[in-house]
Design a protein around this ligand. Structure first.
Ligand code: AMP
Length: 618
């Protein structure tokens, strides 16, 4: 079995870790950084960029630079969350034929799964380079509050990246594994995780290597990006008041604003004020307009206070579900970059009545926990058992549009539950099983995960047939539903393939496409290298030719001249063979030029004088 890596696929940044000698370690990326921006872009020349290089060019290529795609994964286009995301980002979010939210990059439509797969692929590759062996399996973390479609979609992203996702684990659970690693004393802990796009709170009991999640709650659409948006809105209004110019339609200005807003937000975590300075942000008539503003920490706190307070409701719910009072929580662990904001840690401290722990790096703790779980699966780490829970209730739609729950939220997984149902009308031969996830009473108000029919029920009066419906959730939190007619033994089941999502065929097609793109990207890289090489050769040899060309014998001179001219002509070629041929010709020409230079060393001296500007053209 190849080594399993742990991946924190974050909204803003991603991080990978593995276990080495029974200890988890973070894998640095190609640039030596321990986290990689979760950013993917299509450059003007068609090249696919991932990570820091994608982030660096976001300013000049905002419409084709995709970030925070985690907020869209496994979601339908027509939802309030996606509507909000559309207002926050400069790239286009569009509706796919199956109703899912997709993004546009380089005038092509991509599912969030594909975009995530590009990030995962990059992680896989840099891990392989660092490990010196192929990496084929991974544990990927997701917010605890992700529903089944979001989990499935994350798993699909792994498959698209060429990774077998051996386990999906919840981010706060992973964080607690990292926190508890090496500690033996029993403790009740709360993991408060506020990242770029999501908020999660989990309550766990840990003792002697047993990690038992008691409850979890959260908001999959609340995170640092919303804090940034508040600052952006504030600055936009300030600028509009001052200049009467609305910057909202200008994607370049918006991207600059976003970067400046986030930078100011982070700076205000340690400094009392931060100055935002965006020169030449717009033009009015002939006049260049600049945006300068000094934001204080108090102002920022006023702008986002309600967002921070919004995290407390899930905290209360999680405590209640765990049957605990705030005082019974012995340790609070902060996870996610946004918890670095003093207002956040202060609010958490006031709520739980204790100082939160900062023992583990909030940017790396989740990946480290995933690596620990990988170590457990591989037998490298022993005496550690993880009992996680399902974040949302699961059930089916029943007569009259009601929602009948089979598995309550916060049930320990893996789990399985069965219940007997029956028909509504006489001689009903078919029943439809509509699988739903959520907490509302009415079926229509919960999230549909999928549906199927059980056919061939023998004719009988209503209420007589016995249909046993079984729900099973595996340790990834992924759901399987079976319906069985007890009279005939006939059964039908689905691994809940969320209404929408990617089908098997689509996944296969996308893998083939990704391979093609990778080949295309490699070809582009090769072309770029060849062009650089040719350009370098031309640069030196043209200069030599200019000075020494007249010493060459007539036919050779023509040959050299032709090779150099041909080289210039094909420099922009897309054809590797043409470029290679030109390089070979120029290299040959270079040989002639070297020879003629070596014929008479005294001329070389003359030439070096010429080069330093003392000689004259001979
Ligand atoms: P994560 O998803 O855990 O990587 O969290 C990323 C979020 O944390 C982004 O919204 C960042 O802007 C935010 N963040 C990172 N560092 C800081 C900081 N020093 N102060 C406030 N927010 C931060």
């Amino acid at each position: 079995m190849s080594r399993v890596i742990g991946i924190d696929l974050g909204t803003t940044n991603s991080c990978a870790a593995w276990v080495e000698g029974a200890r988890p370690v973070v894998v640095p990326n190609r640039e030596g950084a321990r986290t990689t921006p979760s950013v993917v872009a299509r450059a003007a020349d068609g090249e696919l960029l991932v990570g820091q290089i994608a982030r660096r060019q976001a300013l000049t290529n905002a419409r084709n630079t995709i970030y925070a795609v985690k907020r869209l994964i496994g979601r339908k286009f027509a939802t309030p969350e996606v509507e909000r995301a559309r207002q926050l980002v400069p790239y286009a979010i569009v509706e796919a034929p199956n109703g899912d939210a997709y993004v546009e990059m380089g005038s092509k439509m991509y599912s969030p799964q594909e975009i995530s797969s590009f990030i995962l692929r990059e992680i896989k590759e840099y891990c392989e380079a660092a490990l010196g062996e192929p990496v084929e399996q991974a544990i990927i973390t997701v917010p605890a509050y992700f529903d089944d479609s979001q989990r499935q979609a994350t798993k699909d992203a792994g498959t698209l990246a060429g990774l077998e996702v051996v386990r999906i684990i919840n981010e706060p659970t992973a964080a607690s594994l990292a926190y508890g690693f090496g500690r033996r004393a029993p403790e009740t802990i709360a993991v408060y995780d506020l990242g770029g796009g999501t908020f999660d709170i989990s309550i766990l009991e840990i003792s002697e290597g047993l990690y038992e999640v008691r409850s979890t709650a959260g908001d999959t659409f609340l995170g640092g990006e919303d804090f940034d948006a508040r600052i952006i809105d504030f600055l936009l209004e300030h600028f509009e008041r001052q200049t009467k110019v609305d910057l909202r339609g200008d994607s370049m200005a918006m991207q600059r604003l976003k970067e400046a807003a986030e930078a100011a937000k982070c700076e205000l975590s340690t400094a009392p004020t931060a100055t935002i300075s965006l020169p030449f942000i717009a033009v009015a008539g002939d006049e260049a307009l600049h945006l300068t503003y000094t934001l204080s920490r108090e102002q920022l706190e006023d702008l986002v206070r309600d967002l921070v307070m919004k995290t407390l409701e899930p905290c209360r719910n999680a405590l209640e579900a765990a049957g605990l009072k705030r005082e019974q929580v012995q340790q609070v662990i902060l996870v996610g970059g946004q918890t670095r904001m003093p207002l956040v840690s202060r609010t958490v401290q006031e709520f739980f009545g204790r100082t939160p722990s900062r023992d583990v790096n909030p940017d790396e703790v989740v990946a480290i926990g995933a690596a620990i779980q990988a170590g457990v699966l591989q037998g490298e780490i022993k005496d550690l058992v993880l009992l996680d829970v399902t974040p949302l209730s699961l059930g089916i739609a029943t007569h009259g549009g009601l929602f009948t729950k089979l598995i309550e939220r916060n049930s320990t997984i893996p789990t399985r539950k069965s219940q007997i149902f029956t028909t509504v009308t006489d001689n009903q031969r078919v029943v439809e099983i509509q699988v739903l996830q959520g907490e509302r009473e009415l079926a229509a108000e919960n999230k549909p995960l999928g549906k199927f029919e059980l056919v061939g029920i023998p004719a009988a009066p209503r209420g007589v047939p016995q249909i046993e419906v079984t729900f099973a959730i595996d340790s990834n939190g992924i759901v399987q539903v079976t319906a069985k007619d007890l009279a005939t033994g006939r059964e039908q089941s689905i691994e809940v393939n969320p209404a929408g999502g990617l089908t098997k065929d689509e996944i296969e097609r996308m893998i083939a496409e990704a391979d093609q793109y990778r080949r295309e990207d490699q070809r582009r890289k090769e072309i770029r290298l060849l062009r650089n090489r040719l350009e370098g050769l031309l640069y030196t040899n043209e200069r030599v030719f200019k000075e020494f060309g007249n010493l060459l014998e007539g036919s050779v001179r023509t040959k050299v001249d032709d090779a150099l001219q041909q080289g210039r002509r094909v420099l922009e070629s897309e054809d590797t063979a043409v470029l290679q041929a030109a390089i070979a010709d120029v290299q040959l020409a270079a040989r002639y030029l070297t020879e003629v230079m070596l014929v008479d060393p005294t001329r070389m001296l003359w030439s070096s004088e010429a080069a330093s500007g003392k000689g004259t053209e001979g």
